[in-house]
Design a protein around this ligand. Sequence first.
Ligand code: GDP
Length: 460
Amino acid sequence: MSETIAAISTALGEGAIGIVRLSGSEAFAIADKIIKLPKDKKIKNIDSHTINYGHVINPENKEKIEEIMLVKMAAPKTYTCEDIIEINCHGGIVTIQKILQLCLDNGARLAEPGEFTKRAFLNGRIDLSQAEAVIDFIKSKTTEASLLANNQIQGRLSSLIKKLRAEILDIIAVVEVNIDYPEYDDLEIETTKTILEKSVSIKESLENLLETSKQGKIIKEGLNTAIIGRPNVGKSSLLNNLLQENKAIVTDIAGTTRDVLEEYVNIKGVPIKLIDTAGIRDTEDVVEKIGVERSREVLKQADLVLFLINSNEKLTDKDKELLKLTEDKQTIIILNKLDLETKIDITEVESLGYNHPIIKTSMTTYQGIEDLEKSIRNLFFEGKTKPKDATYLSNTRQVNLITRALESLNEAINAAQAGLEVDMVLIDYTKTFNLLGEVIGENTSEELINELFSRFCLGK
Ligand code: GDP
């Protein structure tokens, strides 16, 4: 029997409603100690999955703490598969903490971050990939990201992994038959043919998964974007235009050592994370901001470079020097100040521009901004599957596991093709099977599970 846990499940701050959640076998009993329902009804006697009016009372001195609505949800059809009580009180930090304290004083333990979801996993309601998607869902910054996370919560990745594991199990069965009846030579040839056919389709699925995960990462984490260019070409004007048109989502990354503000803009479904916006805005630090070294540093972290050039001037050596830095980067060249006379030689830009797409804009008349946004979107989504149709891996843990699974599958295929002993081949298939299992939390170490759930917010 696990301990009953309690936590504040809503964000701490002033709000219309705050929720304290209890989960565990003692949830109803604890709530009965601190909550008074009309006509002295007992929580254990009211229907499950109902919401009820009542008051939180301090059992020590009978002080009425707050008027509340209580949700009773009896196991197993609950988030954690355990008995759950949710106490809805007025938002505000003082009372809600008082209510939580009463729960703790009356037998509950403070939940660790993510412990409710961890219990849903340990009790078998969701698998690990679904639990991870819950974090993604909470942290989503765009509709696409939340759609993707939701697909995964619904078990899209899980069912694909289960299907592939079942197919590998079939292969293992075929190989084992061969080990059991080694005297049939024919069978061996037949075995190799069958397992190779089956392996190829599994291999394709794993490769697809790794390919779409790159797109998934962008949808989820945003595209690190650097705005680069000489002084006065219009970098901060571009930044401001992007921020104005596409409301910035500023996030304070709590709990990380990077105590910085990150600005995201949602550009046609692509979350763009602007790097070094301080550097662009900090007009006093002109020398620093134009430094090639500085640009090089910023470029290192960039997935996308927006490279600005002033079309009202001839291409300068500095432009060329900076342009050189973008050789290996996904870059869009922006010829800005289109409203002024064009003095730049566009063919020269084309010849030096590593085939980067070129967009003409004016930050003062807003010409070309729409083209730029489309170009950003096309760079990452053109011809690729739409987020709602795809199955994604949601983090590096999953990507690593699938990469390793693919490696051992390739080894198995090579071994089978080379005509190695079938029991040798079996080792690699078993390894692939186990690695895929880890994606959904089978054979996953307790340590890792604890680490994963600690990334959740409190009360989830
Ligand atoms: P930064 O140094 O690259 O960040 O450039 P700014 O954005 O500060 O722009 C430098 C100057 O150019 C400012 O006076 C802007 O108003 C002006 N500017 C920026 N974009 C345009 C444009 O498209 N057309 C015109 N005419 N002026 C622009």
